[in-house]
Structures are given as C-alpha cells and as structure tokens.
Design a protein around this ligand. Structure first.
Ligand SMILES: NC(=O)C1=CN([C@@H]2O[C@H](COP(=O)(O)OP(=O)(O)OC[C@H]3O[C@@H](n4cnc5c(N)ncnc54)[C@H](OP(=O)(O)O)[C@@H]3O)[C@@H](O)[C@H]2O)C=CC1
Ligand SMILES: O=C(O)[C@@H]1CCC=N1
Length: 271
C-alpha cells in the first residue's frame, strides 16, 4: 500500500491498529501519522514507540493524508469533524472505528459526498489477531471496501457486514475480548484461591484460551460439539458446566451481548 494514513485520536484503539500495521510492514512507518486533541506526551510516546509521525495540528495532518482513521470516542465525533471538515477532500477515504456512529451521520457532519467506511476492530489488533467487521457507507464503493480490507487485514481477518449489523458486531467482537479477559480473571482468582501460583495459573489459562480458540477456528465441529467432547458423564467438566447452568450462564451472556448492542445503538442516537 502506498497511501498516507492519518489517525485522528491516539487512544488505545488507535494504538492497537497502529501497532498491527507497523508490525505488518505494509507501508513505511513515516506514512503513518497520528494526532489527538491535547495530550502531547502521548503523541511523543507514540512517535517514539512506532517511529510514526506525530502531528499536533490535526488540520495539517488531514491535509497530508489519503486515508483518515477516525478513532475518537463516539461523543467526540461531532466536535472532531466540525474542527476539520473544511480540510477534508472528496478523494479522501474516511474510516471510522467509533462504536455506534453511523456513516450517514459522519457524512452529514462532513457535508460532502466523501467515502466513509465504518470498521469495528478489537484491541487484539496489537498482536494482529483482531476480528474486524467492515461496512460501507452510501458514498463508498467496492474499491473503498477493498482498501479498508487491505488495511485492516494487516491486523487480523476482516469480514464485510451490512451496516445495520454493526451494533451486534460491536456487542460480540468489538467488546468480546473484554468478556474473555473477565472470564480469565475469574479463573485465575479461583486457581489462586485454591493455592496455585499466580504465574502457573496464568500460563495454563492463557494456553487454554489459545487452544480453544484454535480449535474453534480449525475444527469442523461447533462450539457445542467441542464442549460436549470434554464433558465425560459425571466428570469434572460436567460438574463445572452444571454450576454455570444453575447460575444461568447462557442467559447472562446473552444479556451481556444484548446490553453492549443496546449501548452501541444509544451511542448512535445522539446523532
Ligand atoms: N477500545 C476498544 O476496544 C475499541 C474501541 N473502539 C472505538 O474506538 C474509539 C476510540 O476508543 P479508545 O481508543 O478506547 O478511546 P481513547 O479515549 O483511548 O482515545 C480517544 C482519542 O481521541 C482523541 N480526541 C478527542 N477529541 C479529539 C479531537 N477533537 N481531535 C483529535 N483527537 C481527539 C483523544 O485525544 P486526547 O487524549 O488528547 O484528549 C484520544 O487520543 C471509540 O470510538 C471506540 O468506540 C472500537 C473498537 C474497539
Ligand atoms: O467499549 C466501547 O465502547 C468500545 C467499543 C468496542 C469496544 N470498546
């Protein structure tokens, strides 16, 4: 790729994506630029860590880029776009990773027929294992989708979805890593409470998550079938799963994903 990419926002999501792109070496690191609102120290650190260009003047960065990645919090999108809209050019591609915010809203804030793509990566981008969903806005065509896929495929597999599905996607794969980490935290706590060394617990649980993930990816079998293979009748797994069932695990997880989806919809409602 021979484009200049500018990140508007230098938070954890921007950093995860930048780390992935830098590691993939698909373009010179000097083609990657980053700006934020006011935290100069953060910009300096990112420049130092990734050898990218930190630019404190957001408008100047917008002028210098082909692709803009909008990575501010949803409630900052309006102010951010207002401050740069005069500098956005029709040939640029704007990619937003902001949860809940629609491409129509972004287009209306920009006030021109600029191509807008919405993407939902997750923080596993930092190790190039993000699950990223991509949806096209009304001014984006197949070329823009391909461009976004090329960019985000450097941080893990991409999936093109309909924009209306983005709220659900956010509830499963955008927020999903946090659910897994929460599960791991609880398993570590249980292991340590039973006397296992923290380091040992962490090593075993981490590999268990990686192994289960690889099984899900590589096996023909469904999650349910894989689970049943581990559950010997009246064995240890059965005892554990029965406890989860008694405490309505499935219902809780469904509620969890629904709440995240609902929150994504609410974030979009400020439009
Ligand atoms: N964290 C995650 O796992 C995921 C997050 N997302 C989405 O990514 C977006 C960013 O999230 P996250 O990285 O966690 O947020 P952070 O709060 O960590 O970062 C937000 C960044 O936006 C900058 N910013 C705010 N206003 C402006 C402005 N007017 N001009 C330029 N920069 C501005 C902030 O600058 P300063 O620090 O100077 O104020 C900061 O660098 C969110 O919309 C979120 O929905 C999507 C997928 C996953
Ligand atoms: O919690 C959030 O709002 C963001 C969006 C997806 C993951 N984190």
């Amino acid at each position: 790729m021979n484009k200049k990419i500018g990140f508007i926002g230098a938070g954890s999501m921007a950093e995860s994506v930048i780390a992935g792109i830098v590691n993939a070496e698909i373009l010179p690191t000097t083609n990657i630029m980053v700006t934020n609102k006011s935290n100069k120290k953060r910009l300096e650190k990112m420049e130092e860590d990734y050898n990218i260009r930190a630019i404190s003047d957001t408008k100047r960065m917008v002028d210098a880029c082909d692709i803009l990645i909008l990575a501010t919090k949803p409630h900052d999108v309006q102010a951010t776009i207002s401050s740069i809209k005069e500098h956005i050019r029709s040939e640029q591609l704007v990619i937003s990773v902001s949860a809940g915010i629609s491409t129509d809203y972004i287009s209306s804030l920009i006030g021109q027929d600029v191509s807008v793509i919405r993407a939902m990566p997750n923080t596993s981008a930092a190790v190039r294992q993000s699950a990223t969903a991509i949806a096209a806005g009304k001014y984006a065509d197949e070329t823009h989708i391909k461009e976004a896929e090329e960019l985000f495929s450097t941080i893990g597999p991409t999936t093109v979805v309909k924009e209306e599905d983005m709220h659900t996607v956010t509830g499963i794969s955008g927020s999903g890593p946090a659910y897994i980490y929460y599960l791991v935290e609880a398993m570590e706590k249980a292991a340590v409470e039973s006397g296992l060394a923290e380091e040992t617990a962490r090593k075993l649980i981490t590999q268990t998550v990686i192994g289960a993930g690889n099984m899900l990816k590589n096996s023909e079998e469904s999650a349910g079938e894989l689970r049943k293979k581990i559950m010997s009748p009246n064995g240890t797994t059965q005892a554990g799963i029965d406890t989860l069932k008694r405490h309505d695990f499935e219902k809780i997880i469904i509620e969890c994903v629904r709440s995240a989806r609902q929150r994504s919809m609410e974030l979009g409602e400020r439009e």
